[in-house]
Design a protein around this ligand. Structure first.
Ligand code: MSP
Length: 510
């Protein structure tokens, strides 16, 4: 049987500054979905990268007296280091400064121009350099500044190429209306529909005021607008121009995961570019919310930017991943807060999960020399635990398929609590003192080890290091499948488990 494929992307990040915890949030979500799909047997392609061109980057490099490429090389290396530390399992990393990407962008431009959907004209507009966006008078905020970042805009006039978005306005509107799963969550879909209904103007897609970008083919004094350049990245690594089979395998993308403020670019502009190319649209654009710090947007000027690298140094990557996945409902804004992070580490990771593993392995070692004995018969309590394990695995699959990640995390932790309660209810230390309860004791210990095996599988997309460590301590193979979590009783009789090692130390609150 042919393997099912799954193609997921994050936005490509601007190397205008180091990445912060908000960027780590988006990439962690995408990574979790990619890991889940691999676990469920899909052949996954997970892409992230860097969006390196544009005036802002050129100016930042100039200010530092280095060339743009010297500047981006260094900062992009820090992106890659961060993703490694956060255990991001991307299959490729696309840099828009790479020749393979230039080739694709120029070819896309050429094809659309040859078709007559790109023409030359004169552009006058209000431009926000940090956001690389043109705005109309009407769109500016109450101070006449950029509606996204609230910084001043500049009036710019230049000869430029335009992309006939107006020609595709009706088709893209119809597409969004006819395909409810194309743009999620629903609130973002409604926003986009009303945005398009206000009318779409042709989009200016070239600049002459700077040169750090991809030249327009056959008219090299123009560089291609950074969003036209950037969006095309999604085609490059999956073989758009050089590997037809691979391209067919992964396109259309299953999910473009993006922040809410760039949904417009990913549905309207990207949608129209693809329509002009005659290529299918992605199956889904999902607009997630923002991570805020005590209700405030992160910004350098406020001095509230949280560096994920420092957090990883302090707490480890799984603790950070867990917090981001558990605390924020996908699609909504969420708060990042250090105290809440420590609270979660102590209660959910050190206490609930850590103790369950520790107590279980300890008892198996102490009462049965580390050996799992045959489980025969069983009480009502045993049965209810087994049923809950099966139910958890089933519901988990559904929630994860629907991208309800925080709900899936909560579901698994509900089962972890159930297992801890099971220890209290069955009191194995009492059973161990009573010769007539030997079988009962073996049953309870088997059920606990088996529950931990299932838990290790289910948490592997969220906190992969911890999942590996649990499997190691259980002395089980790291080669896991979601299916294996859906059957209770897979652990072999006479299997020997390892010694317990602490998963998460408790953090003292200052
Ligand atoms: N380069 C463009 C994307 C091009 S994709 C073809 C860009 N880059 S960005 O670095 O500014 O932002 C990348 C992503 O990070 C966006 O999806 C944005 O929403 C996300 N985030 C930036 N700050 C964020 C938070 N505070 N919280 C969550 N996500 C945030 O836009």
């Amino acid at each position: 049987m042919e393997k099912k494929t799954f193609y997921i992307t994050t936005p490509i990040y601007y190397p205008s500054a180091k990445l912060h915890i908000g960027h780590a949030y988006c990439t962690t979500i995408a990574d979790t979905i990619a890991r889940f799909k691999r676990l469920a047997g899909y052949e996954v392609f997970f892409l992230t990268g860097s969006d390196e061109h544009g005036q802002k980057i050129q100016r930042t490099a100039e200010a530092q007296n280095v060339t743009p490429i010297e500047y981006v090389d260094k900062i992009v290396a820090s992106f890659q280091e961060l993703w490694k530390r956060l255990e991001i399992s991307n299959d490729d990393f696309i840099r828009t400064s790479e020749p393979r990407h230039h080739k694709v962008v120029q070819e896309v431009f050429r094809r659309i121009r040859d078709k007559g959907d790109i023409y030359k004209g004169e552009y006058t507009g209000l431009y926000c350099t940090p956001c690389e966006s043109y705005w109309t008078e009407l769109q500016l905020d109450e101070n006449g500044c950029c509606p996204d970042c609230h910084r001043p805009v500049e009036k710019v006039s230049e000869e430029a190429y335009f992309f006939k978005i107006s020609k595709y306005a009706d088709s893209i509107l119809k597409y969004i209306e006819d395909n409810p799963e194309f743009l999620e969550p629903k609130s973002r879909r409604n926003e986009m529909i009303s945005f398009i209904k206000q009318g779409l103007e042709d989009l200016c897609i070239s600049r002459t005021s700077f040169n750090w970008g991809i030249p327009v083919p056959d008219d090299e004094k123009h560089v291609i607008y950074v969003w036209f350049d950037a969006l095309t990245n999604y085609l490059t690594p999956i073989g758009f121009l050089d590997d037809e089979e691979k391209f067919k395998k992964y396109w259309p993308a299953d999910v473009h995961l993006v922040g809410k403020e760039i949904v417009r670019f990913h549905t309207i502009i990207w949608g129209c570019i693809l329509m002009a190319l005659g290529i299918e649209l992605p199956k889904k654009v999902y607009g997630h919310g923002w991570l805020v710090i005590s209700g405030d947007k992160m910004s350098k000027s406020k001095g509230n930017v949280v560096d994920p690298m420092l957090l990883i140094d302090e707490f480890g990557s799984d603790a950070i991943r867990y917090f981001l996945l558990r605390e924020i409902v996908l699609g909504q804004d969420g708060n990042f807060n250090r105290d809440a992070l420590i609270q979660r580490i102590n209660s959910d990771l050190a206490n609930d999960l850590g103790n369950l593993l520790h107590r279980t392995l300890n008892m198996i070692n102490k009462f049965q020399k580390g050996v799992l004995l045959e489980s025969v018969g069983g009480t009502e309590i045993d049965e209810s635990l087994k049923n809950e394990a099966a139910e958890t695995a089933r519901e988990y699959r559904v929630l994860m398929e629907n991208l309800q990640i925080s709900d899936a995390v909560k579901l698994v932790w509900k089962f972890i609590s159930r297992c801890n309660k099971y220890i209290d209810e069955t009191a194995p230390w009492k059973l161990a003192k009573d010769e007539t309860q030997k079988q009962n004791l073996s049953n309870v210990l088997y059920n606990l080890a088996e529950s931990l095996r299932i838990i290790a599988i289910l948490i592997s997309p969220f906190i992969p290091t911890t999942s590996r460590r649990i499997l190691e301590q259980l002395q089980l193979s790291q080669d896991i499948k979601l299916e294996d979590a859906e059957t209770f009783g897979k652990l072999e009789i006479n299997h020997v488990v390892g010694k317990p090692e602490q998963l998460f130390p408790r953090i003292e609150i200052e």
